[in-house]
Write a protein of this length. Structure first.
Length: 414
């Protein structure tokens, strides 16, 4: 947390690398505790996840991916994927302290679950945390968790099947959406063994149903860009992600080589435009300005976390790039949705502007800007992270540019 706080400050960045090294050394030293007792496993997993977050944003994508694998194994060792089978939920519901402890473990697992999918979805690498053995409820709202208010949520599969019936807390909604995106990848892979016509096969039918369910979820969570609720960074990200999921599933549909009605493209195009509107607050982020260094350490960390500026989710650049790439790929159809008086290139420029702002505190934004500016990106729409994953180095090494100043960002991934 200290390293993340220092990295988020324009004045304390000279401390971030030494704090990171100390944190990494301290976490490595905990290996003996893991071997002797599993009691500390959730806390150690949280530490590795925070370390992953730091490396993902400020170091190299590949290094963060390897560190995340360590967190995933510790989470499996602690059996967090079946916490609601191992514990009596009814007893925890009657005791707020016990419920809050169990909820913290759920949130630790779900954070790792989402991270596993976000890190791997671009290159379709195999997952570490699978769905088959899940026996765990979805996380409650942030307010209920912070105030230890026991709430019983549904399972992941119940919520997927009930898509469009009720709105979930942002974290839970993100879990459902990223799961559905991964199901679309699985359906795409299944077409390799489907000898029937694409429109007749079970794979196509399942994908079409999934696409409809994602659209239903989008209708439920959509908020106008001016909504006060979008001041919550997680709510903003969830809205962007719901629109991005529509684009993602449409792209998968195109790879299935089926004849698509021209009007169907209006849905992902409008989703791309919605992401443009939702991204505009990201362009108004301001630098963190710390008070004179008279703060005791604890108060300084609190100041870093609580400073009130626009905060961007770690994977926001992925959604911005997905939208920008879609607009570039389908430039011919843009005129069907944009009024004659509107510059059809403006939306793409707005997305690039948001990525330029985010690149200050997110190496992934730098790689996406590089992709959008290259001529070769038209050959690869699936591999959203090929610059980040192809190199075992920092984004400054990839782009040949020095690392810029960092903006204040979220202290947690979710």
């Amino acid at each position: 947390m200290w390293a993340l706080a220092a990295a988020s400050s324009a004045h304390l960045q000279h401390m971030r690398q030494s704090l990171y090294i100390r944190a990494r050394s301290a976490i490595d030293a905990l290996d003996q505790d893991i071997e002797s007792s599993s009691a500390a496993c959730p806390q150690i997993a949280q530490a590795w996840l925070l370390l992953t977050h730091y490396e993902f944003r400020y170091m190299s994508y590949r290094r963060a991916w390897l560190t995340a694998g360590r967190a995933f194994r510790i989470i499996q060792l602690a059996k967090l994927h079946e916490i609601d089978r191992l514990n009596d939920v009814s007893i925890n519901m009657a005791h707020p302290e016990g419920w809050a402890e169990a909820e913290e473990k759920r949130r630790t697992y779900w954070l790792a679950y989402c991270l596993d999918r976000f890190l791997n979805i671009s290159d379709e690498w195999p997952l570490s945390l699978h769905e088959e053995a899940l026996y765990i409820y979805l996380p409650v709202s942030e307010s209920d968790f912070q105030h230890s208010r026991p709430v019983l949520m549904n399972s992941l599969y119940d919520e997927i099947e009930a898509s469009g019936q009720k709105m979930l807390p942002p974290f839970a909604e993100t879990i459902v959406l990223i799961t559905m995106c991964w199901h679309s990848v699985a359906f795409q892979r299944a077409t390799h063994g489907d000898i029937t016509s694409p429109t007749d096969g079970d794979t196509w039918k399942r994908h079409a149903r999934l696409y409809q369910m994602v659209q239903q979820r989008l209708l439920l969570v959509s908020l106008p860009p001016s909504s006060p609720e979008l001041q919550d960074p997680m709510r903003l990200f969830t809205n962007m992600f719901a629109n991005a999921a529509v684009i993602w599933l449409y792209n998968i549909m195109e790879t299935l080589h089926v004849v698509i009605d021209e009007e169907i493209i209006l849905v992902p195009l409008y989703s791309a435009y919605e992401i443009v509107g939702l991204a505009k607050p990201l362009t108004r982020a301001s630098f963190f300005k710390v008070r004179p260094p008279a703060f005791p350490p604890r108060e300084l960390a609190v100041a870093c976390v609580s400073h009130d500026v626009t905060q961007a989710h770690a994977f926001s650049p992925m959604l911005l790039y997905l939208s920008a790439k879609f607009l570039k790929t389908h430039a011919d159809q843009v005129s069907t949705c944009v009024s004659a008086s509107e510059d059809k290139h403006q939306k793409l420029e707005d997305l690039k502007k948001a990525l330029r702002v985010l690149q200050g505190g997110n190496n992934l934004a730098m790689s996406y800007l590089e992709l959008l500016g290259s001529d070769s990106d038209s050959d690869s729409f699936d591999k959203l992270c090929n610059l980040a994953t192809a190199q075992g180095c920092t984004m400054s090494d990839v782009t040949g540019q020095p690392e810029p100043s960092f903006f204040l960002d979220m202290m947690n991934l979710f």
